[in-house]
Design a protein. Structure first.
Length: 214
């Protein structure tokens, strides 16, 4: 089984809980009989998605000469798509930043959110998911408390990822570990984070069990 881990926080694990979640998850997989690849959205060359990529598509079709940014965009998009194509399970480790996902993770999603790759439309215009054979795991940290009913509609990180990865792409979301409230309740932060890391370890081991029985 091929596991792709998408790391979406470049802050150190000593300061950022989602970075610690990533490191904890990876440590559980270390030395096990699984093929794990990390795609670090902050380390990869990922120019933001805009008009340049559509210009590049047109030039490719017409044999035009690509600019440097257009070449980088096409290469980055292809690398992201190849990474997703090769994976059986994709693990996303990401924070809630300003109610949503980091811009670099959004760029990764933009690269692979493509008709004919992750979804298509049928003859009646209905959306058809094309990634139903793949599985996904979410590891998310948010300093505030968004599980409360009054705050839940404001949370646009996990909800967005569920709608895109599960709803549009059709991947089966097999696990979610969400650590929240450590900034809102600093007196309980140590306990909250420690408990969450145990859940991260458990998630990694559930995945390892899945690979054994696959």
């Amino acid at each position: 089984m091929n596991i792709l881990v998408v790391k979406a926080n470049n802050r150190p694990a000593t300061e950022a809980v989602s970075s610690k979640m990533y490191e904890t998850f990876m440590a559980e997989l270390e030395g096990k009989d699984v093929n794990v690849i990390t795609y670090d959205v902050f380390e990869e060359d990922t120019p933001y998605f805009g008009q340049e990529i559509f210009n590049a598509f047109g030039k490719v079709q017409n044999g035009g000469e690509l600019t440097e940014i257009e070449s980088r965009l096409l290469a980055a998009k292809q690398k992201a798509m190849d990474a997703v194509s090769a994976a059986d399970v994709i693990v996303f480790a990401f924070p809630l930043w300003n109610l949503t996902i980091p811009a670099k993770l959004q760029t990764f999603i933009d690269y692979v959110y493509a008709a004919g790759f992750t979804f298509k439309y049928d003859a009646e215009g209905n959306l058809v998911s094309l990634m139903t054979e793949k599985k996904a795991i979410f590891l998310n940290a948010r300093g505030g408390i968004y599980s409360a009913p009054e705050a839940a509609p404001m949370e646009m990180a996990v909800n967005y990822m569920r709608n895109v990865v599960g709803g549009v792409f059709g991947m089966q979301i097999i696990d979610e570990v969400i650590i929240e409230g450590h900034n809102a309740m600093p007196d309980k932060a140590g306990e909250i984070i420690a408990s969450g890391m145990e859940e991260v370890k458990a998630s990694a081991n559930r995945l390892l069990e899945l690979t054994v029985h696959a």
